[in-house]
Design a protein around this ligand. Structure first.
Ligand SMILES: *Cc1c(COP(=O)(O)O)cnc(C)c1O
Length: 379
């Protein structure tokens, strides 16, 4: 069996262990400590725009706290991009609120501003103004930031930006994760940098950050004993995992370059193939970290479908994966309101995520080329 080529696997930089050793030497083995503070500062310096970052146990935890800070409560409605990972939508339900799903548009494959506004108007006419909007920068591609923001502003609804896949992406030179009222980052094992598991909430004031830290450490009031006036959570990042994060931040620019190199490789591979569309920045306002390189296959034009290609790669021990299955098609969300046509559904039916890791070698790329050429030859 050939060695497995992964879609996206962890890629350590080298200094992660140094920070972990420091934590052990100082006995900071806890959900706080110098690495947590240091990692937060590294992220703030990287994101710019005077943000305040709170390091948490997961991106999902960050989404949950963002909803709480936006005042989302039981019975409320929250609008959410339908094509995404379930973690974007689950925290809405944690709060007892109802998700309302919105289709994608064709240029970024992310939240459709048209259907966003349709949904807002319709929900208001039905008597309930949405409490928040969740827009996702999938696969690293920024959503239509200006259009989405201006609709949120027009109706005065806070935007939560799920930038879990988009650390290092920018729109008009400004970092993804900094556009919404809150931004969400993830450092799970398959993301562009990893802490093995972890996330962060990007805030725009010290007060919002303090509240996130308070809620993520069991909401302890100031008192010598344990005193609580709020329901709290155990969501803070540990000083050990933050040590991995500090090491990873040192190599983040290299990781972005390497992922973009993979995207350039696929651009070249598919350039003469009619019917294979690689998700690419629509214009120079967009800069994607290209966390994953993803394609849409038009079976009529290419003569094979997504599954043929996926199985051919699998046979060579190369991992690929269909795109995120839209939330409104998930059994767990059946019956929830949905606004759109079939853009997300079509992308799901015909789309494939390709190996995109920053640690892939020239030999790996040659194997990918070989399998792809073999599929073409069989036609
Ligand atoms: C990974 C991911 C999350 C969740 O982050 P975790 O750190 O795994 O909890 C949320 N949204 C999207 C789009 C993701 O890809």
């Amino acid at each position: 069996m050939k060695e497995k080529i992964w879609l996206s696997s962890p890629h350590m930089g080298g200094n992660e262990l140094k920070y972990i050793h420091q934590a052990f030497d100082e006995n900071w083995v806890a959900p706080l400590g110098p690495n947590v503070n240091g990692f937060e500062q590294d992220l703030q310096a990287f994101l710019g725009a005077e943000v305040k970052v709170s390091a948490l146990s997961a991106g999902t935890a960050a989404l949950h706290l963002a909803l709480i800070e936006c005042g989302v409560q039981a019975g409320d409605e929250v609008l959410c991009q339908t094509m995404t990972f379930s973690a974007s939508a689950n925290p809405i339900v944690y709060q007892g609120a109802t998700p309302v799903f919105i289709d994608s548009e064709k240029s970024t494959w992310n939240l459709s501003p048209f259907f966003l506004e349709e949904a807002i108007k319709d929900r208001i006419s039905k008597g309930k103004k949405p409490k928040a909007v969740i827009a996702v920068s999938l696969y690293g591609m920024p959503f239509q930031v200006e259009e989405v923001l201006s609709i949120c502003q027009k109706y005065n609804i806070p935007l939560i930006e799920d930038a879990a896949e988009a650390l290092g992406s920018t729109y008009k030179g400004k970092a993804c994760g900094t556009f919404g009222k809150f931004g969400v980052l993830s450092f799970n094992g398959n993301k562009i940098i990893t802490t093995s598991g972890g996330g962060a909430l990007v805030c725009h004031s010290q007060e919002e950050k303090d509240k996130a830290v308070f809620l993520s450490t069991q909401a302890r009031d100031e008192a010598p004993h344990y005193q609580h006036s709020h329901i709290g959570y155990n969501y803070r990042m540990s000083n050990i995992t933050a040590g991995i994060g500090r090491g990873q931040m040192e190599v983040l620019p290299d990781r972005i370059n390497a992922r973009r190199k993979m995207h350039a490789f696929y651009t070249e591979l598919f350039k003469d193939i009619r019917g294979i569309q690689l998700l690419t920045e629509p214009n120079e306002d967009y800069f994607s970290n290209h966390w994953l390189s993803v394609i849409h296959i038009d079976e009529q034009l290419v003569g094979f479908d997504r599954e043929v290609l996926r199985l051919a790669f699998l046979e060579d021990n190369i991992e690929t994966r269909p795109l995120w299955k839209p939330m409104h098609l998930q059994p767990v969300f059946s019956g929830t309101p949905y606004y759109g046509e079939q853009v997300a559904e079509t992308l799901f039916n015909n789309g494939l995520c390709l190996p995109s890791g920053s640690n892939l070698t020239e030999a790996d790329r040659q194997r990918i080329v070989k399998v792809f050429r073999k599929v073409l030859r069989k036609l």
